[in-house]
Design a protein around this ligand. Structure first.
Ligand code: PDD
Length: 300
């Protein structure tokens, strides 16, 4: 079956879909994106992702290309045309195309692209059952990591370093020596005392939609949770570590920079949270349960 991509109002064959050479996403990384999971042909936490998208557009003063309802129609139609059951959809909105100039060009119209990808969820689950390695890498990103921009070069470099060392994720370390998040995920630990810890929201991490859902699930389970900064030393001393993201759900981290975490196998709590999240995501997509939404960082 041929793949179809939504681009600026048209559904195009994948090989023919294109944006303008002077698109500001291409020249200035002047754009944002979302990756939304698809289960059973339906979006997981679509409302939360679109809330985050709208806030990010507003933060960057990019015009909303269409209403939230219209965006949902585009996303669902792109999924339908590609007959994706399980996978994800990538939605990118840039400020638009215009003659290259640093300030925002007058009258520019945003560019919108949506691309689906089918994913074998059993393979993802098999990877999670094994867990994965992570490395430490300096956080070289800009000062507004709460915004999901397409300026992903520092994240790509960190991920590449991880791959070259046989790891699947890089935990980014800020100038004060604290872990911010993974290069494309939020980072978590479970302390020796059984406390679930993840960095508090602010300018230095993305407020992950999966992170928000996991916090809600953990609270419903009565788990002890702390949203605060933590150092690599705390990861080395932790009982468990894991990441959360739209694409991997909950991914246990079994080693960091080659040093085992806990007993070097997926932890009990990470495994439990993964099962709880999988059940949540499946019922949220079906509309049987309402999503936990987007937690905007406050007081910025
Ligand atoms: N990345 N932090 C960063 C830097 C991310 O890029 C992501 C997601 C997350 C997790 O957010 P969420 O739970 O909303 O997916 C945290 C996506 C999956 C990507 O770039 O492919």
């Amino acid at each position: 079956m041929s793949r179809v991509v939504y681009v600026n109002g048209r559904y195009m064959p994948y090989a023919k879909a294109a944006v303008h050479v002077e698109d500001r996403g291409f020249q200035f990384a002047d754009g944002i994106y979302e990756v939304i999971a698809i289960l059973g042909g339906r979006l997981v936490d679509g409302a939360g992702h679109l809330q985050r998208l709208e806030r990010n557009l507003d933060e960057l003063r990019i015009a909303h290309p269409m209403s939230r309802a219209a965006l949902l129609v585009v996303l669902n139609e792109t999924i339908r045309r590609n007959r994706v059951q399980d996978g994800s959809i990538y939605l990118q909105i840039t400020r638009g195309a215009a003659r290259r100039d640093f300030p925002f060009p007058a009258g520019i119209r945003p560019s919108v692209v949506a691309i689906t990808r089918a994913v074998d969820m059993e393979r993802v689950a098999a990877k999670a059952a094994q867990g994965g390695a992570a490395i430490l890498a300096p956080d070289q990103r800009w000062a507004r990591c709460d915004i999901k921009t397409v300026a992903l070069l520092p994240a790509a470099l960190a991920k590449q370093a991880a791959r070259e060392q046989g790891a699947f994720e890089a935990f980014l370390v800020d100038r004060d020596g604290f872990i911010t998040e993974g290069s494309s995920s939020n980072a978590w630990i479970v302390t020796k005392d059984g406390v679930l810890v993840t960095r508090d929201l602010g300018l230095s991490i993305l407020s992950g939609i999966t992170r928000g859902a996991i916090l809600a699930l953990a609270e419903a389970e009565g788990l002890r949770v702390e949203e605060r900064r933590f150092r690599p030393e705390e990861v080395f001393a932790a009982r468990e570590a894991f990441t959360t993201s739209t694409t991997a759900f909950v991914m246990p981290i079994t080693s960091l920079d080659g040093r085992p975490i806990g007993n070097a196998a997926p932890g009990l709590l990470a495994t439990k949270l993964r099962a709880l999240y999988a059940a949540y995501a499946e019922s949220e997509a079906r509309g049987a349960r309402s999503g936990s939404g987007y937690r905007a960082p406050s007081g910025l």
